[in-house]
Design a protein around this ligand. Structure first.
Ligand code: SAM
Length: 259
């Protein structure tokens, strides 16, 4: 049997890895971690994995489980659809995994930040592996999302009663906020923006126009040593790619949104 398991390792703080995720990483013959482009650096997911496991050959902490950790470069900074670099990266990572199966591995984990079923490279990788070898069993272990970690860190309630919760990628700019909040049933939704770092100045203005800026929270690099969490009003200019914005629904009375 060949098993490929996408493990959500949480957004940054190694303590936000679930016990199931930790077990999946420990039991894997190989743990694959994404790195940006060809950079020879420890990415977010790898840093979390290394907080729990040691790469083979490193005996600096005998108390830790030792695992084979392999980096797979992804064109994580590309924009605008399925670029050739993106496709090539998915195919190269899939080839690396299939070769490891051919060489005797039966259980391979892919560590991904947050949850593997929310805007994760894992879904493209899994689809590429499945295309070539449909018999590979694909599973995922859920992870704590950046949205949840920011909500907890900032004491922000994401949704109550009948409030919808809309998570959207703000890559295309602030107009997505109008599209959501001008749309009848979603007017009262809490909105959460991912991937909107460079559009924050426009998002800030748009949130203000909808009366949502005062309660908005901006969190960057949540769970990392350089974490920054601020009220939206305090933040001007572009923010890093790894930033999440929460604009909670307006609430005036306790339980006021209960149906
Ligand atoms: C490719 S998506 C990954 C989402 C992830 N799978 C999840 O479940 O949260 C990348 C976006 O997630 C958000 N994100 C991920 N990690 C973050 C962190 N540590 N702090 C703030 N935002 C983060 C940012 O909005 C970033 O642009």
């Amino acid at each position: 049997m060949s098993l490929l398991i996408g493990v959500g390792v949480g957004p940054g703080d190694p303590e936000l890895l679930t016990l199931q995720g930790l077990r999946a990483l420990r039991e894997a013959d190989l743990v694959v971690v994404p790195v940006r482009d060809d950079r020879d650096e420890i990415g977010y997911a790898e840093a979390i994995v290394r907080a729990h496991l040691l790469p083979v050959g490193d005996d600096s902490d005998k108390g830790k489980h030792t695992s084979r950790i392999v980096r797979a470069p992804f064109a994580l900074t590309d924009r605008g659809g399925v670029s050739e670099r993106r496709s090539r990266a998915w195919e190269a990572a899939a080839a690396l995994i299939l070769k490891a199966f051919d060489d005797g591995a039966t259980n391979i984990a892919f560590a991904t930040i947050g949850d593997p079923n929310i805007y994760s490279t894992f879904s493209y990788l899994a689809a590429t592996v499945r295309e070539t070898r449909p018999e590979v069993e694909i599973r995922t272990v859920p992870g704590i999302t950046a949205m949840q970690a920011l909500a907890a860190t900032s004491n922000t309630v994401l949704c109550e009663g009948n409030e919808p919760l809309v998570l959207f990628p703000a890559l295309g700019g602030a107009s997505a906020i109008d599209d959501i909040l001008d749309h009848g049933p979603l007017t009262g939704a809490t909105i959460v923006a991912y991937k909107g770092g460079r559009h924050w100045p426009d998002m800030r203005e748009t949130l203000a126009a909808h009366g949502r800026l005062d309660a908005a929270i901006v969190g960057s690099h949540i769970g990392r040593h350089d974490q920054a969490v601020h009220q939206g009003r305090e933040v001007e200019g572009e923010i890093p790619y790894l930033s999440t914005v929460i604009a909670p629904s307006s609430r005036t009375t306790r339980g006021g949104k209960l149906a």
